[in-house]
Design a protein around this ligand. Structure first.
Ligand SMILES: [Fe+2]
Ligand SMILES: [Fe+2]
Length: 363
Protein backbone atom coordinates (compact mmCIF):
# COMPACT_ATOMS: atom_id res chain seq x y z
CA UNK A 1 0.00 0.00 0.00
CA UNK A 2 1.13 3.53 -0.69
CA UNK A 3 1.39 6.08 2.07
CA UNK A 4 -1.36 8.66 2.32
CA UNK A 5 0.95 11.49 1.26
CA UNK A 6 -1.56 13.09 -1.02
CA UNK A 7 -4.07 13.10 1.79
CA UNK A 8 -1.67 14.57 4.28
CA UNK A 9 -0.76 17.38 1.95
CA UNK A 10 -4.40 18.20 1.44
CA UNK A 11 -5.37 18.02 5.08
CA UNK A 12 -5.56 21.77 5.47
CA UNK A 13 -7.91 21.84 2.50
CA UNK A 14 -10.26 19.38 4.16
CA UNK A 15 -9.96 21.00 7.56
CA UNK A 16 -10.78 24.30 5.95
CA UNK A 17 -14.39 23.26 6.15
CA UNK A 18 -15.00 21.65 2.77
CA UNK A 19 -16.66 18.48 3.99
CA UNK A 20 -17.10 17.28 0.44
CA UNK A 21 -13.32 16.97 0.24
CA UNK A 22 -13.36 13.82 2.30
CA UNK A 23 -15.50 11.98 -0.21
CA UNK A 24 -13.33 13.10 -3.08
CA UNK A 25 -10.21 11.96 -1.32
CA UNK A 26 -11.82 8.65 -0.45
CA UNK A 27 -12.49 8.02 -4.13
CA UNK A 28 -8.83 8.66 -4.84
CA UNK A 29 -7.83 6.12 -2.28
CA UNK A 30 -10.04 3.45 -3.82
CA UNK A 31 -7.88 3.63 -6.91
CA UNK A 32 -4.89 2.86 -4.70
CA UNK A 33 -6.55 -0.36 -3.55
CA UNK A 34 -6.56 0.56 0.12
CA UNK A 35 -9.09 -1.70 1.82
CA UNK A 36 -12.46 -0.70 3.21
CA UNK A 37 -12.42 3.00 2.56
CA UNK A 38 -16.09 3.55 2.00
CA UNK A 39 -17.20 4.97 5.33
CA UNK A 40 -13.98 6.39 6.69
CA UNK A 41 -12.47 8.24 3.78
CA UNK A 42 -9.35 6.10 3.47
CA UNK A 43 -8.89 4.72 6.97
CA UNK A 44 -9.94 1.16 7.57
CA UNK A 45 -12.64 0.95 10.26
CA UNK A 46 -10.07 -0.71 12.51
CA UNK A 47 -7.53 2.08 12.01
CA UNK A 48 -10.21 4.68 12.72
CA UNK A 49 -11.29 2.82 15.86
CA UNK A 50 -7.71 2.68 17.16
CA UNK A 51 -7.15 6.36 16.44
CA UNK A 52 -10.44 7.26 18.13
CA UNK A 53 -9.52 5.34 21.25
CA UNK A 54 -6.12 7.03 21.32
CA UNK A 55 -7.77 10.45 20.85
CA UNK A 56 -9.99 9.71 23.85
CA UNK A 57 -7.02 8.54 25.93
CA UNK A 58 -5.11 11.69 24.99
CA UNK A 59 -8.08 13.93 25.88
CA UNK A 60 -8.17 12.27 29.29
CA UNK A 61 -4.39 12.68 29.68
CA UNK A 62 -4.66 16.33 28.70
CA UNK A 63 -7.39 16.90 31.28
CA UNK A 64 -5.31 15.49 34.12
CA UNK A 65 -2.09 17.19 33.02
CA UNK A 66 -3.89 20.53 32.77
CA UNK A 67 -4.91 20.19 36.41
CA UNK A 68 -1.29 19.55 37.37
CA UNK A 69 -0.11 22.46 35.27
CA UNK A 70 -2.60 24.95 36.67
CA UNK A 71 -1.22 24.41 40.19
CA UNK A 72 2.31 23.09 39.69
CA UNK A 73 3.45 23.95 36.19
CA UNK A 74 4.05 27.06 34.12
CA UNK A 75 1.00 28.96 32.94
CA UNK A 76 1.57 30.64 29.61
CA UNK A 77 0.12 30.96 26.12
CA UNK A 78 1.13 27.37 25.28
CA UNK A 79 -0.66 25.93 28.31
CA UNK A 80 -3.15 28.52 29.53
CA UNK A 81 -5.45 28.24 32.53
CA UNK A 82 -4.79 28.51 36.24
CA UNK A 83 -2.43 30.83 38.04
CA UNK A 84 -0.19 28.43 39.96
CA UNK A 85 0.28 27.48 43.61
CA UNK A 86 3.66 28.64 44.85
CA UNK A 87 3.61 26.20 47.78
CA UNK A 88 2.72 23.14 45.65
CA UNK A 89 5.16 24.18 42.92
CA UNK A 90 7.84 24.47 45.60
CA UNK A 91 7.07 21.00 46.98
CA UNK A 92 7.28 19.54 43.46
CA UNK A 93 10.62 21.30 42.98
CA UNK A 94 12.17 19.06 45.65
CA UNK A 95 11.93 16.28 43.02
CA UNK A 96 13.71 18.48 40.48
CA UNK A 97 14.18 22.23 40.18
CA UNK A 98 12.73 22.05 36.65
CA UNK A 99 9.53 20.16 37.54
CA UNK A 100 7.29 23.10 36.61
CA UNK A 101 8.82 23.22 33.12
CA UNK A 102 8.51 19.45 32.66
CA UNK A 103 4.86 19.49 33.79
CA UNK A 104 4.14 22.29 31.34
CA UNK A 105 5.82 20.48 28.47
CA UNK A 106 4.12 17.14 29.18
CA UNK A 107 0.78 18.97 29.28
CA UNK A 108 1.36 20.67 25.96
CA UNK A 109 2.43 17.36 24.38
CA UNK A 110 -0.84 15.68 25.40
CA UNK A 111 -2.85 18.56 23.99
CA UNK A 112 -1.09 18.19 20.64
CA UNK A 113 -1.59 14.42 20.67
CA UNK A 114 -5.39 14.50 20.78
CA UNK A 115 -5.63 17.59 18.60
CA UNK A 116 -3.50 15.96 15.90
CA UNK A 117 -5.29 12.61 16.00
CA UNK A 118 -8.71 14.26 15.84
CA UNK A 119 -7.57 16.46 12.94
CA UNK A 120 -6.25 13.38 11.13
CA UNK A 121 -9.53 11.55 11.65
CA UNK A 122 -11.46 14.56 10.39
CA UNK A 123 -9.22 14.89 7.34
CA UNK A 124 -10.18 11.35 6.41
CA UNK A 125 -13.88 11.91 6.91
CA UNK A 126 -13.88 9.76 10.03
CA UNK A 127 -15.73 10.50 13.24
CA UNK A 128 -13.69 12.44 15.80
CA UNK A 129 -13.80 12.28 19.60
CA UNK A 130 -15.25 14.92 21.92
CA UNK A 131 -15.70 14.18 25.62
CA UNK A 132 -16.81 17.69 26.65
CA UNK A 133 -20.20 16.50 27.92
CA UNK A 134 -18.39 14.49 30.58
CA UNK A 135 -16.56 17.49 32.04
CA UNK A 136 -18.56 17.17 35.24
CA UNK A 137 -16.00 16.48 37.99
CA UNK A 138 -15.02 19.26 40.41
CA UNK A 139 -11.84 21.32 40.26
CA UNK A 140 -9.47 21.69 43.18
CA UNK A 141 -10.54 24.58 45.40
CA UNK A 142 -6.90 25.49 46.03
CA UNK A 143 -5.85 28.98 44.95
CA UNK A 144 -4.42 28.76 41.44
CA UNK A 145 -6.81 26.22 39.90
CA UNK A 146 -9.47 27.17 37.38
CA UNK A 147 -13.02 26.48 38.51
CA UNK A 148 -14.26 24.40 35.59
CA UNK A 149 -15.68 20.92 35.07
CA UNK A 150 -13.07 18.16 34.75
CA UNK A 151 -12.97 14.74 33.13
CA UNK A 152 -10.59 13.27 35.68
CA UNK A 153 -10.21 13.28 39.46
CA UNK A 154 -6.71 13.82 40.89
CA UNK A 155 -7.90 14.18 44.47
CA UNK A 156 -8.64 10.53 45.38
CA UNK A 157 -6.00 8.50 43.58
CA UNK A 158 -4.94 4.93 44.24
CA UNK A 159 -1.60 4.93 42.46
CA UNK A 160 -0.15 1.64 41.25
CA UNK A 161 3.61 2.11 41.70
CA UNK A 162 4.59 -1.34 40.42
CA UNK A 163 5.85 0.28 37.21
CA UNK A 164 8.93 1.07 39.29
CA UNK A 165 9.93 -2.56 39.84
CA UNK A 166 8.53 -3.74 36.50
CA UNK A 167 11.26 -1.86 34.64
CA UNK A 168 13.95 -2.95 37.11
CA UNK A 169 13.23 -6.68 37.11
CA UNK A 170 15.65 -8.84 35.10
CA UNK A 171 13.50 -11.98 35.22
CA UNK A 172 9.87 -10.89 34.94
CA UNK A 173 7.64 -9.39 32.27
CA UNK A 174 3.93 -8.50 32.67
CA UNK A 175 3.32 -10.14 29.29
CA UNK A 176 4.19 -13.46 30.98
CA UNK A 177 1.60 -12.83 33.70
CA UNK A 178 4.27 -11.74 36.18
CA UNK A 179 3.40 -9.29 38.93
CA UNK A 180 5.65 -6.74 40.55
CA UNK A 181 6.05 -5.26 44.05
CA UNK A 182 5.04 -1.68 44.77
CA UNK A 183 7.65 1.02 45.27
CA UNK A 184 5.23 2.91 47.55
CA UNK A 185 2.86 0.28 48.97
CA UNK A 186 0.75 2.87 50.80
CA UNK A 187 -0.09 4.74 47.61
CA UNK A 188 -1.54 1.60 46.05
CA UNK A 189 -3.67 0.83 49.10
CA UNK A 190 -5.65 4.00 49.83
CA UNK A 191 -7.04 7.16 48.25
CA UNK A 192 -4.76 10.17 48.20
CA UNK A 193 -4.68 13.61 46.58
CA UNK A 194 -2.00 14.32 43.97
CA UNK A 195 -2.89 18.02 43.91
CA UNK A 196 -3.91 20.17 46.89
CA UNK A 197 -7.70 19.88 47.23
CA UNK A 198 -7.91 23.30 48.86
CA UNK A 199 -5.59 25.75 50.59
CA UNK A 200 -5.85 23.68 53.77
CA UNK A 201 -3.72 21.04 52.01
CA UNK A 202 -0.79 23.46 51.73
CA UNK A 203 0.32 22.62 55.29
CA UNK A 204 1.87 21.02 57.27
CA UNK A 205 4.99 20.67 55.13
CA UNK A 206 5.14 16.87 55.13
CA UNK A 207 1.47 16.69 54.08
CA UNK A 208 2.04 18.98 51.11
CA UNK A 209 5.26 17.12 50.26
CA UNK A 210 3.34 13.82 50.35
CA UNK A 211 0.88 15.31 47.83
CA UNK A 212 3.78 16.36 45.58
CA UNK A 213 5.43 12.95 45.99
CA UNK A 214 2.11 11.30 45.06
CA UNK A 215 2.06 13.41 41.90
CA UNK A 216 5.64 12.40 41.19
CA UNK A 217 4.77 8.70 41.24
CA UNK A 218 1.50 9.31 39.41
CA UNK A 219 3.34 10.98 36.53
CA UNK A 220 5.34 7.78 36.06
CA UNK A 221 2.21 5.62 36.23
CA UNK A 222 0.42 7.65 33.57
CA UNK A 223 3.29 7.88 31.12
CA UNK A 224 4.37 4.24 31.39
CA UNK A 225 0.78 3.46 30.40
CA UNK A 226 1.16 5.46 27.20
CA UNK A 227 4.58 3.90 26.68
CA UNK A 228 2.93 0.47 26.45
CA UNK A 229 -0.37 1.48 24.83
CA UNK A 230 1.08 2.73 21.54
CA UNK A 231 3.28 -0.28 20.69
CA UNK A 232 0.48 -2.60 21.82
CA UNK A 233 -2.07 -1.01 19.49
CA UNK A 234 0.43 -0.43 16.67
CA UNK A 235 0.39 -4.19 16.09
CA UNK A 236 -3.27 -3.89 15.04
CA UNK A 237 -3.20 -1.03 12.55
CA UNK A 238 -3.33 -1.62 8.81
CA UNK A 239 -2.23 1.48 6.95
CA UNK A 240 1.50 2.39 7.03
CA UNK A 241 0.72 6.04 7.73
CA UNK A 242 -1.42 5.15 10.75
CA UNK A 243 1.46 2.96 11.91
CA UNK A 244 3.73 5.96 11.44
CA UNK A 245 1.46 8.04 13.68
CA UNK A 246 1.52 5.45 16.46
CA UNK A 247 5.28 4.92 16.12
CA UNK A 248 5.87 8.66 16.23
CA UNK A 249 3.65 9.58 19.18
CA UNK A 250 4.29 6.48 21.32
CA UNK A 251 7.98 7.12 22.01
CA UNK A 252 7.20 10.65 23.23
CA UNK A 253 5.21 8.96 26.01
CA UNK A 254 8.37 6.97 26.73
CA UNK A 255 10.41 10.17 26.87
CA UNK A 256 7.95 11.47 29.45
CA UNK A 257 8.06 8.23 31.41
CA UNK A 258 11.83 8.17 31.48
CA UNK A 259 11.95 11.69 32.86
CA UNK A 260 9.31 10.98 35.49
CA UNK A 261 10.86 7.82 36.82
CA UNK A 262 14.10 9.72 37.35
CA UNK A 263 12.22 12.45 39.25
CA UNK A 264 10.13 10.05 41.35
CA UNK A 265 13.38 8.62 42.68
CA UNK A 266 14.05 12.02 44.25
CA UNK A 267 10.84 11.94 46.33
CA UNK A 268 11.93 12.56 49.91
CA UNK A 269 11.15 9.65 52.29
CA UNK A 270 8.48 10.81 54.74
CA UNK A 271 5.22 10.00 56.46
CA UNK A 272 2.23 12.29 55.95
CA UNK A 273 1.22 13.30 59.50
CA UNK A 274 -2.44 13.71 58.45
CA UNK A 275 -3.08 10.24 57.03
CA UNK A 276 -0.02 8.05 57.64
CA UNK A 277 0.93 7.69 53.97
CA UNK A 278 4.60 6.70 53.91
CA UNK A 279 7.14 7.19 51.15
CA UNK A 280 9.95 4.75 51.94
CA UNK A 281 13.66 5.14 51.34
CA UNK A 282 13.93 3.06 48.18
CA UNK A 283 17.69 2.67 48.59
CA UNK A 284 17.62 1.03 52.03
CA UNK A 285 16.27 -2.27 53.42
CA UNK A 286 13.63 -3.63 53.21
CA UNK A 287 13.79 -1.83 49.86
CA UNK A 288 17.05 -1.22 47.98
CA UNK A 289 18.85 -3.57 45.62
CA UNK A 290 18.35 -3.70 41.89
CA UNK A 291 14.55 -3.78 42.09
CA UNK A 292 14.29 -0.46 43.95
CA UNK A 293 17.58 1.44 43.64
CA UNK A 294 16.65 4.98 42.57
CA UNK A 295 19.41 5.57 40.01
CA UNK A 296 18.54 2.47 37.96
CA UNK A 297 16.35 4.46 35.61
CA UNK A 298 17.35 2.70 32.39
CA UNK A 299 15.17 -0.34 31.67
CA UNK A 300 16.79 -3.59 32.79
CA UNK A 301 16.82 -6.41 30.23
CA UNK A 302 14.20 -9.08 30.86
CA UNK A 303 12.40 -12.00 29.23
CA UNK A 304 10.65 -11.09 25.97
CA UNK A 305 8.37 -13.20 23.73
CA UNK A 306 9.74 -16.51 25.01
CA UNK A 307 12.00 -17.59 27.83
CA UNK A 308 14.04 -19.54 25.28
CA UNK A 309 15.46 -16.26 23.95
CA UNK A 310 18.16 -14.27 25.71
CA UNK A 311 16.90 -11.40 27.87
CA UNK A 312 16.34 -8.09 26.13
CA UNK A 313 15.80 -4.52 27.26
CA UNK A 314 12.26 -3.76 26.09
CA UNK A 315 9.08 -1.81 26.73
CA UNK A 316 6.75 -3.95 28.83
CA UNK A 317 3.96 -4.91 28.41
CA UNK A 318 3.37 -4.84 24.65
CA UNK A 319 0.75 -7.59 24.46
CA UNK A 320 -1.83 -6.44 21.92
CA UNK A 321 -4.79 -8.57 23.06
CA UNK A 322 -7.16 -6.34 25.03
CA UNK A 323 -4.62 -3.50 25.22
CA UNK A 324 -7.16 -0.67 25.03
CA UNK A 325 -9.55 -2.25 27.55
CA UNK A 326 -6.57 -2.89 29.81
CA UNK A 327 -5.62 0.77 29.67
CA UNK A 328 -9.14 1.85 30.64
CA UNK A 329 -9.15 -0.66 33.49
CA UNK A 330 -5.81 0.64 34.80
CA UNK A 331 -6.95 4.28 34.65
CA UNK A 332 -10.22 3.42 36.41
CA UNK A 333 -8.35 1.48 39.13
CA UNK A 334 -6.15 4.55 39.54
CA UNK A 335 -9.25 6.46 40.66
CA UNK A 336 -9.02 8.98 37.82
CA UNK A 337 -12.68 8.48 36.89
CA UNK A 338 -14.07 8.50 40.44
CA UNK A 339 -17.41 10.32 40.22
CA UNK A 340 -17.84 9.86 36.47
CA UNK A 341 -21.21 8.81 35.04
CA UNK A 342 -22.28 5.40 33.78
CA UNK A 343 -22.55 6.95 30.34
CA UNK A 344 -18.92 8.03 30.49
CA UNK A 345 -17.78 4.49 31.22
CA UNK A 346 -20.06 3.15 28.48
CA UNK A 347 -18.57 5.52 25.91
CA UNK A 348 -14.94 4.88 26.91
CA UNK A 349 -15.43 1.12 27.09
CA UNK A 350 -17.10 1.13 23.67
CA UNK A 351 -14.16 3.03 22.17
CA UNK A 352 -11.77 0.53 23.78
CA UNK A 353 -13.73 -2.52 22.63
CA UNK A 354 -13.75 -1.29 19.05
CA UNK A 355 -10.02 -0.52 19.13
CA UNK A 356 -9.28 -3.97 20.52
CA UNK A 357 -11.41 -5.56 17.79
CA UNK A 358 -9.19 -4.08 15.06
CA UNK A 359 -6.85 -6.51 13.30
CA UNK A 360 -3.81 -5.71 11.19
CA UNK A 361 -4.49 -6.14 7.50
CA UNK A 362 -8.26 -6.24 7.68
CA UNK A 363 -10.99 -3.73 6.94
FE1 LIG B 1 -0.09 11.50 24.98
FE1 LIG C 1 1.38 10.96 28.04
Amino acid sequence: MKPLEHLTSRRSFVLGGLAAGAGTLGAGLLENKIPAVADTGGLTPGDAAILRFLAAAEILETDLWQQYNELGGIQDAEVPGGSGSAAYTGALATLDADMAQYIHDNTEDEFTHFTFINAYLMAHGAQTVNLDRFRTLPSSKATGAQQIGRLTNLMQLTVDTSWWTRYRSRTKNPDFGDTFPQAVPGLAAGQFPAIPRNDGDLSPDDHLQAIANTAGFHFGFIEQGGTSLYPSLAQRVTHPEVLRILLSIGPTETQHFQTWQDKAGNARPLTDPTNGLTFPDLNSPPFGGEDFQTNLIMPEPTVFLSRKFPVCSVIRPTETQGAAAGAVKALAADGLFRGQSQEFFAVINDLATKADAARHGTG
